[in-house]
Design a protein around this ligand. Structure first.
Ligand SMILES: Nc1ncnc2c1ncn2[C@@H]1O[C@H](COP(=O)(O)OP(=O)(O)OP(=O)(O)O)[C@@H](O)[C@H]1O
Ligand SMILES: [Mg+2]
Length: 235
């Protein structure tokens, strides 16, 4: 879509009848079974549902980690349903902030280096990468820990490093798969505050969670069952 036709109402991401079928021997697994959803700026969405209902599969689609079997996906108004691997890698590096449950920090790199890492895949000088990593770390209040390695951090601090890493490329959306799963209640609250502040700055946040209390912190709940959306409501 030309920029002139884009409005503030253009969803950041839209899935239209999205399907993902994994073929396992002679059996098909309908991991996503006709999902249609629109995600706008300023939204904080919880994806709920039992184990195996398709939550991670949907997040992987939204994050350009995997491709649909059928259906359509639009990102910032562009049809990205059929783009190739290198274009998907570009979106991952430039438009997506992903926070993984296990945080996926590299153990031998410092906090600063871990946060700089995504920028090594984009055309950013080392000096600018370092500047942006410092900025992202200050957004999560970790300025004082930049020289530590992950094993020298608390669980909550590791989570914040993972969040800073997700923000450093200035993404169009933050996707978080169970970001509070490994945290105590104080750090859960802190993480939710941080994600809410991202949402308040306009950046949409999509978060998978098993925890109904955590889902209450969001503004919209999408619940999944057997690869389908069961409920989708504002709260
Ligand atoms: N690579 C794969 N190959 C085959 N089947 C898969 C693959 N990935 C996921 N599945 C199947 O697709 C379905 C959805 O999986 P998914 O990981 O999206 O579930 P989930 O809702 O994230 O579950 P959990 O809460 O346990 O993380 C499951 O039945 C799963 O076994
Ligand atoms: Mg999952």
């Amino acid at each position: 879509m030309p920029d002139s036709e884009k409005t503030d109402n253009t969803p950041v991401i839209e899935l239209v009848d999205a399907r993902k079928i994994y073929r396992m021997g002679d059996e098909d697994v309908n991991a996503l079974d006709g999902v249609s959803v629109k995600i706008h700026r300023g939204e904080f969405i919880a994806i709920l549902g039992p184990s195996g209902s398709g939550k991670s599969t949907m997040m992987n689609m939204l994050g350009f980690m995997d491709t649909l079997t059928s259906g359509k996906m639009f990102f910032e108004g562009e049809d990205v349903s059929a783009i190739g691997a290198s274009k998907r890698a570009w979106y991952r590096a430039n438009r997506i902030g992903f926070i993984f449950q296990a945080f996926n920090l590299l153990p031998r790199l410092t906090v600063l280096e871990n946060v700089m890492l995504p920028l090594t895949y984009s055309r950013v000088s080392r000096r600018e990468a370092e500047e942006r990593a410092r900025e992202a770390l200050s957004r999560v209040a970790l300025d004082h820990r930049i020289g530590h390695i992950p094993s020298q951090l608390s669980g909550g601090e590791r989570q914040r490093v993972a969040t800073a890493r997700a923000l450093v490329n200035n993404p169009g959306v933050v996707l978080a798969d169970e970001p509070t799963g490994n945290l105590d209640s104080k750090n859960v609250a802190r993480t939710l505050d941080l994600l809410r502040s991202l949402r308040d700055s306009g950046l949409p946040v999509v978060m998978v969670t098993h925890d109904l209390e955590v889902a209450k912190a969001t503004s919209r709940v999408v619940s999944m069952r057997d690869g389908k959306i069961l409920e989708d409501y504002l709260q």
